[in-house]
Write a protein that binds this ligand. Structure first.
Ligand code: CTP
Ligand code: CA
Length: 232
């Protein structure tokens, strides 16, 4: 189709996107969660669909309407997200890990709703590490020799010695993914808001191009960046 530059840039591509925030159960009614709304990941799913991709969205507790024309799998915990993602990644050209995955989960899940103790002692919640899904996706991709672009996300704050970009570069290397979409977070700067700012870091170039705007505008930028990576 002779449309404008950049449109249909992902025609025929299979794209897996995770979005939202996982919930880690404590008992049948309680969980540990995070403030991710899923808006950015869903905006990317919409932008990828509009670019002609065949999109599979794995959604964990998203607080925003889901796009039409996208296959959706709903999950709750990090372990569910992991199983769904590893299974769905096979055969995908692009995997985008936009979900906020809980780093830890309670080591046991009560079968019944927890009651207050009768002797006045306060409960202690013990946490165990969740698997690093992004790293597992990269490892699987490498082991199976898949031609697949893996994209991670990171929300960072700088500190006295290191900038947000320093932390982003280090995380990109540690994760082994191809692109890292990085944004700076301060109180209320990103979560739940409609405007945002990102820098996309690449594992094999110094390129640090970024975009600022609504989550839809930023999503279109990220999708264009993904498409250009696929075409090199
Ligand atoms: N991620 C993941 N599995 C996890 C944690 C994170 O796949 N258990 C993914 C996120 O979806 C995101 C990227 O890894 O794409 C970076 O997440 P982040 O929380 O910044 O990375 P962590 O390795 O957990 O580092 P930190 O200790 O800074 O939280
Ligand atoms: Ca984390």
């Amino acid at each position: 189709q002779a449309a404008g530059a950049g449109t249909r840039a992902l025609a025929g591509r299979r794209v897996l996107i995770t979005a939202g925030g996982t919930r880690e159960a404590l008992d049948p009614v309680r969980f540990l969660g995070n403030r991710s709304s899923g808006k950015q990941g869903i905006a990317i799913a919409r932008a990828a669909r509009d670019a002609g991709a065949n999109v599979h969205l794995i959604a964990a507790h998203v607080e925003t309407p889901l796009p039409e024309g996208v296959r959706v799998t709903r999950v709750s915990s990090a372990l569910e997200l992991r199983d769904a993602s590893l299974a769905a990644a096979e055969g995908c050209d692009v995997v985008v890990m936009a979900a906020a995955v809980a780093d830890y989960r309670p080591d046991t899940v009560g079968e019944h709703k927890m009651k207050k103790s009768e002797d006045g002692t306060d409960p202690v919640i013990r946490l165990v590490r969740n698997p690093d899904i992004l790293r597992e996706l990269v490892t699987l991709r490498n082991e199976q020799g898949r031609e697949q672009l893996v994209v991670g996300f990171a929300a960072e704050t700088g500190d006295a010695e290191r900038s947000v970009l320093d932390f982003g570069r280090a995380k990109l290397r540690r994760k082994g993914c191809d692109l890292l979409v990085l944004n700076e977070v301060g109180t209320d700067k990103v979560f739940g808001r409609d405007d945002t700012e990102v820098v996309v870091l690449s594992a094999d170039s110094e390129d640090e191009s970024g975009a600022r705007g609504t989550k839809d505008e930023v999503a279109r930028f990220v999708v264009a960046r993904i498409a250009s990576e696929l075409h090199v």
